[in-house]
Design a protein around this ligand. Structure first.
Ligand SMILES: [Zn+2]
Ligand SMILES: [Zn+2]
Length: 271
């Protein structure tokens, strides 16, 4: 629905030799929307798997790819916006679900409240409008007013819908938000392309235990020892690698080679 195939198909073709077709007639908005008319049920991974299942049902093909994103406060950095993008490959022939995700530290994501377009020129510059589209609605909608204007990407239509929504709002203000659908947000689209590359790398890695594709990092273990006292710190000690199919897993050192933590990050030395 949102054109993600433009950044996903070439990567899977060039890296894995997979040819992809877009599943016809699927309305993924029934599984949840960014604008909240349809709440998403379950985790972001559940939602992506449900989308991929629709693709398998619609095409009869044994393998499906789907992606899902979630934007809001940054999961690790206070007062900063962040996004999580997740992509799954479902392979019903091998019985595996291979998942990759990334955290986007610099998404084009934000909102403004205004009674007219003249007061939000700074916001519009910041979100690179009209390259990135917005969604407009009444900031305090009257009962029964659920009008949402999506995909607004001209200055003329923006001025018009802000005036309309402000006039219908109980506080005289319109709410203007970045439209996070991939085809409306080129920054997000590029992020999905990067994620597709990461998923292909994982898929190209066979499990040392069972040989199936989809081996890679599945988590981290904290407790990097303090350089002064040796107590476990909150820093990452090992990366945990695992398989999408069997329970083979292993601990690998940090990718930066760091073997101990500064005492400033030690709960014993610096409580
Ligand atoms: Zn210490
Ligand atoms: Zn395995």
């Amino acid at each position: 629905m949102h054109g993600k195939q433009t950044v996903i198909m070439p990567v899977f073709r060039d890296r894995l030799g997979l040819s992809i077709e877009v599943a016809p007639g699927i309305d993924t908005d029934t599984l949840g929307t960014f604008t909240g008319e349809v709440p998403r049920l379950g985790t972001i991974r559940d939602a992506a798997i449900a989308k991929a299942r629709l693709g398998i049902a619609a095409t009869g093909l044994p393998i499906a790819i789907a992606s899902e994103g979630s934007y809001g406060p940054h999961p690790q950095i206070p007062f900063v916006a962040g996004g999580i993008e997740l992509m799954v490959l479902l392979d019903d022939e091998r019985g595996i679900v291979v998942t990759e995700h990334l955290i986007d530290d610099a998404p084009v994501f934000g909102h403004a409240i205004a009674s007219n377009v003249g007061v939000i020129s700074g916001f519009l510059r910041q979100i690179d409008f009209p390259n990135h589209a917005v969604v407009v609605r009444a900031n305090a909608p009257a009962d029964g007013d659920a009008a949402i204007h999506k995909g607004v990407r001209t200055t003329a239509s923006l001025a018009e819908v802000i005036a309309l929504c402000a006039a219908s709002s109980r506080d005289g203000q319109a709410l203007i938000q970045t439209d996070m659908r991939a085809h409306m947000n080129p920054t997000r689209m590029a992020t999905i392309g990067r994620l597709a590359t990461m998923l292909c790398s994982r898929l190209a890695t066979g499990c040392p235990g069972c040989g199936l594709p989809g081996y890679g990092q599945i988590g981290v273990e904290t407790g990097l020892p303090c350089s002064a006292c040796g107590a476990p710190s909150l820093l990452v000690r090992h990366r945990i690698f695992g398989c999408a199919s069997c329970d083979h897993s292993e601990l690998r050192p940090r990718s930066d080679g760091r073997a101990d933590a500064d005492p400033a990050q030690c709960p014993e030395c610096n409580p």
